[in-house]
Ligand binder design. Structure first.
Ligand code: ZN
Length: 482
């Protein structure tokens, strides 16, 4: 058997189960999950938080944010956003981040990034202290960790990406063996040290072409600072017959096109396309970056299954999948079948409105600059399978509809062909600007119902309990219980 068919066979054997017919990690259907970080257990107590999840919200699976240096899934509410109606009523502006479980040093011998213990809640082990309480209540626990770092960590510089202009980036390179060693060490630590039902890792990043053309919802990137052009990436490129010097030349011309202050004589689209034809190394480098990410998924999947064949392994799929067709083309659900038991596909419909508008305004300055932003939005609706959503000036305040959630759920299910569980990520109070869409209970009820009616195997309430208001959480429970 090839590696892939052996893995497929292994998945089928596990899925066949003993007695239940269901893999042990999957738990009850529908899976009702919630993302929660250490600060909520520290502030509110482990038992009260779990009781609330079970009784008010019908949650049967915890997705515990165990590692991140970001504030999206860990820490309290982001400063400046209104605090929710539970937890400590003050901001944690001194948040640091890291591993919120206990770090077991022997696993980290292959990487110089090893001092990762989060200093935020000394003595509290978010996995060790919560899992026994969850098990007592019959709740599953999935360890949730993401690809977000800070620059002031000892040893991190050796792992960082290199930008087109030659600077160090704050992001880590998937082609760097120490980065692979780091993710494997962290994964092994989690899987061997704790009684987990599953692991979910996520990387909210994309390749240099997508970043250069501003193909994301988070605002512009400097096209001279896209990644990665480190020595490991150059070696990997040469091994596949791609000339690094030609790639650097192509990306430098791409940056000049992005920075042009007036419309090129042949228009934007033709000029970009011409560059892609003249420098196929541009897309070859984009593929190189994506192959590094996919190799990481495959490596972590294999590692976790070797240690614990009964553990569930899946991935958080970034929201940009809903906006940018360039990014969506790189998220091939059929390909994910090779190394996934489940996918949390982000379908945050409330903040989706302002985020889609932001993406549209970004690409309207680059490759799609021949069209006014409203036309780019309509083109995006067509390409990305939307129907009945608002105008560009409406969607930041209206958000996106539950129909969007249903459509994305069906597309994901069709894409994986039944081989992988689909758990849509549902938006509860994800921060937006003051004048933009805010989550209401009816939004949560409609989105949860839409996902389950479209055939989802469960839903994952996101991004973190510490920013969710209780009425919106209860609405999720109401939708599940009918
Ligand atoms: Zn690199």
């Amino acid at each position: 058997m090839t590696d892939v068919s052996r893995r497929e066979f292994g998945k089928l054997a596990i899925a066949a189960g003993v007695g239940t017919g269901l893999p042990e990690w999957a738990g009850p259907k529908p899976m009702i999950g919630i993302q929660v970080g250490a600060v909520s257990f520290v502030d509110e107590g482990v038992a009260p938080v779990l009781d609330r999840f079970q009784h008010d919200t019908a949650v049967n699976t915890l997705f515990i944010a165990a590692f991140s240096y970001g504030r999206g899934i860990a820490g309290r509410q982001i400063p400046g956003q209104p605090l929710p109606d539970h937890g400590k009523q003050e901001y944690d502006s001194g948040y640091h981040g890291g591993n919120f479980a206990r770090v077991h040093p022997p696993y980290y011998t292959g990487t110089s990034l090893k001092k990762i213990q989060a200093p935020d809640y000394a003595g509290f082990d978010v996995l060790g202290d919560v899992i026994p309480e969850a098990r007592k209540r019959g709740m599953k626990t999935i360890c949730w960790y993401e690809d977000v770092f800070r620059n002031d960590l000892e040893g991190v510089d050796r792992l960082q990406e290199t930008t087109l202009s030659g600077k160090k980036a704050s992001t880590l390179c998937f082609h760097n063996p120490e980065v692979q060693a780091f993710w494997r060490a962290l994964t092994e630590d989690f899987v061997r040290s704790y009684q987990l039902d599953g692991i979910m890792w996520g990387s909210e990043r994309q390749g240099p072409f997508d970043n250069a053309i501003r193909g994301a919802h988070e605002g512009g990137r400097d096209p001279m600072e896209v990644t990665c052009f480190c020595e490991f990436c150059k070696q990997a490129a040469k091994a596949r017959g791609v000339d690094p010097q030609r790639a650097i030349e192509g990306y430098t011309k791409l940056a000049a096109l992005v920075r042009a202050t007036s419309r090129p004589a042949d228009g934007y689209f033709v000029s970009y396309w011409r560059l892609l034809v003249q420098y196929p190394e541009i897309l070859a480098w984009e593929k190189l970056w994506n192959d590094g990410l996919q190799a990481t998924y495959a490596s972590l999947y294999k590692l976790a299954k070797e240690i614990r064949p009964d553990i569930g392994v899946g991935w958080h799929i970034w929201h940009n999948n809903s906006f940018s067709p360039f990014y969506r083309a790189e998220q091939d659900y059929a390909e994910f079948r090779r190394y996934s038991d489940f996918l949390k596909v982000v379908m945050y419909n409330n903040c989706g409105g302002p985020r889609l508008a932001s993406y549209v305004r970004g690409v309207s300055h680059t490759m799609l600059g021949d069209f006014p932003p409203e036309a780019v939005l309509n083109w995006t609706y067509g390409v990305q399978n939307y129907a009945g959503e608002g105008r560009l000036d409406e969607i930041p305040q209206r958000g996106l509809s539950a129909d969007y959630v249903a459509r994305e759920t069906k597309r994901a299910i069709a894409g994986v062909g039944g081989a992988v569980k689909i758990w849509p990520g549902i938006d509860i109070d994800i921060p937006t600007a003051a004048n933009e869409k805010k989550t209401q209970p009816e939004d949560v009820r409609a989105a949860v119902r839409a996902a389950l009616a479209a055939g989802a195997d469960g839903v994952l309430l996101s991004r973190k309990y510490s920013e969710m208001r209780l009425a919106n959480l209860r609405a999720a429970g109401e939708a599940v219980r009918g």
